[in-house]
Design a protein around this ligand. Structure first.
Ligand code: PMP
Ligand code: GLN
Length: 380
C-alpha cells in the first residue's frame, strides 16, 4: 500500500478545513437530497431497521434497481441473481477486481482515472495498463483509440470505463463506446463500467450504458450509486449489475469486505429510484447552470476552461495565468486566495500530459461558487 498512503481528497479537504477555504475540491453537494427519501431513512431508523440487511441487499432495492435499468435503458436484470447492493460504487469496484483478477492479470484504465481504480487493481494483485484521454479540438477530451487497441492483449482481463468521466467531465461518444465494445469482444475482456454520474449529463446528452451495446451484456459489470443521483454521498448505497455468474463472484468477494451496509438507507434509495427521478432531473439542470456559472467565472478569472459534458466537475488550464504545475498551485491556493481545487495529474500514470490542469467542483450553492470566483480573480 506504500504508493497509496493518502488520497488527494483527504489532503486537500484537510487543507481547506485548516485555511477556511471555499472547497471546490472534493466532489460532494452542499445541499440535501429529496425530502421524501430523507424521511424514509429517518422513519426506517425510528422503526428499527438498524440490523444487518440481507447480504445481496433488500429485495425492494434490488427490484427498484432492475426496474430503473429496464425503464431507462431497456436492460433486463433478475433482481435476485443479477443485482448486488454494495457500500457505494467504491466497494463495487474493489469487489469486482477481487472477484475477477488472478495475480498478474492486466486491467486497462483510461487516464486520468478515478483514484480508487488503481488501488482496487493493486489490492487484487492485478497490473494496470493505462490509455490516455487527450485534449482534442473543441476544448474536449478524446479517447486515443489506437492506444486502446495496443494496450489490450492476452493478459487483459478487464477494462474500466467511467462515463460521464471524473475528473474531466467527458461523456464518451457513441463512436468511442463502439470501439471500446469491439475491443472487449475481440479480446474476451470483461468491462467494468462506473456509471455513478449516469443522471448528470448536460446539453441534451443521453447516457448510454456500455452493456447495452451488441454482445456486451454478457461481459459487462455495470456499477452505479445513489450518492450522486440523489445528493447523498455519505450514505454509500451503490450497486453492481451484470450476468449472474459474474455477479455471484462479486458477491463472494463483497461478503468478506463489508458483508452488508446501510440498512435504513436501502428502502430510502429504493423509493428514490422509483419516485424521485424528477428530482434528479432538476438536480441535473441545476448542475448544468452551475457548470456555466463556474466555467464563465473561471474564464473571466483568466483560466482556459475545458468543456464539461457531465458530472460535478470542470477542468481548467492554469497556464494562461502564468502557472505551470496544477499540483503546486492546488497546494498553495487555499492559503493564497482561500479556494481549494484538485490537480488532475494525481489521477495519471503520465502526469506530464495533465500537469497544467486543475479540477473544480461546481456541485455547490450559487453563493459558494460566486465567492470562489471572486477569490479566483485575485490570481491574475
Ligand atoms: N466513481 C466515481 C467516478 C466517482 O467520482 C466516485 C466518487 N463520488 C465514486 C465512484 C464513488 O462512489 P461512492 O461514493 O458511491 O462509493
Ligand atoms: N468522488 C469524489 C471526487 O471525485 C470524492 C470521493 C472521495 O473523497 N474519495 O471528488
Amino acid at each position: 500500500m506504500r504508493p497509496f498512503t493518502s488520497t488527494i481528497f483527504a489532503e486537500i479537504t484537510e487543507l481547506a478545513r485548516k485555511t477556511g477555504a471555499v472547497n471546490l475540491g472534493q466532489g460532494f453537494p452542499d445541499t440535501d437530497g429529496p425530502e421524501g427519501m430523507l424521511r424514509i431513512a429517518q422513519q426506517a431508523i425510528a422503526d428499527g431497521v438498524n440490523q444487518y440487511p440481507p447480504g445481496p441487499g433488500i429485495p425492494e432495492l434490488r427490484t427498484a434497481i432492475a426496474e430503473h435499468r429496464r425503464n431507462r435503458y431497456g436492460s433486463e436484470h433478475d433482481p435476485d441473481s443479477e443485482v448486488l447492493v454494495t457500500v457505494g460504487g467504491t466497494e463495487a469496484m474493489s469487489a469486482a477486481m477481487l472477484a475477477l483478477l488472478e495475480p498478474g492479470d492486466e486491467v486497462v484504465l483510461i487516464e486520468p482515472y478515478y483514484d480508487a481504480y488503481p488501488v482496487a487493481v493493486a489490492m487484487a494483485g492485478g497490473v494496470r495498463r493505462t490509455v490516455g484521454l487527450t485534449q482534442g479540438p473543441d476544448h474536449r477530451f478524446v479517447l486515443d483509440v489506437d492506444a486502446l487497441r495496443a494496450a489490450v492483449g492476452p493478459q487483459t482481463r478487464a477494462l474500466v470505463l467511467n462515463s460521464p468521466h471524473n475528473p474531466t467531465g467527458t461523456v464518451f461518444t457513441a463512436e468511442e463506446l463502439a470501439v471500446i465494445a469491439e475491443v472487449c469482444r475481440e479480446n474476451d475482456v470483461i468491462a467494468i463500467t462506473d456509471e455513478v454520474y449516469e443522471h448528470l449529463l448536460f446539453d441534451g446528452r443521453k447516457h448510454t450504458p456500455l452493456a447495452t451495446l451488441p454482445g456486451m451484456a454478457e461481459r459487462t459489470l455495470s456499477i452505479s450509486s445513489s450518492g450522486k443521483s440523489f445528493s447523498a454521498t455519505g450514505w454509500k448505497i451503490g450497486w453492481i449489475c451484470g450476468p449472474a455468474e459474474l455477479v455471484a463472484a462479486v458477491r463472494s468477494a463483497k461478503q468478506f469486505l463489508t458483508f452488508v451496509g446501510g440498512a435504513p438507507f436501502q428502502p430510502a434509495v429504493a423509493h428514490a429510484l422509483r419516485n424521485e427521478l424528477g428530482w434528479a432531473e432538476q438536480l441535473r439542470s441545476d448542475l448544468e447552470r452551475k457548470r456555466d456559472l463556474l466555467s464563465r467565472g473561471l474564464s473571466e478569472a483568466g483560466f482556459d476552461v475545458l468543456s464539461s459534458e457531465g458530472t460535478y466537475f470542470v477542468c481548467a488550464d492554469v497556464r494562461p495565468l502564468g502557472f505551470t504545475d496544477g499540483a503546486q498551485l492546488c497546494r498553495e491556493l487555499p492559503d493564497r486566495i482561500g479556494v481549494a481545487a484538485i490537480p488532475v495529474q494525481v489521477f495519471c500514470d503520465h502526469p506530464e500530459a495533465t500537469r497544467h490542469l486543475v479540477r473544480f467542483a461546481f456541485c455547490k450553492r450559487d453563493e459558494v461558487l460566486n465567492e470562489a470566483v471572486e477569490r479566483l480573480h485575485k490570481l491574475s
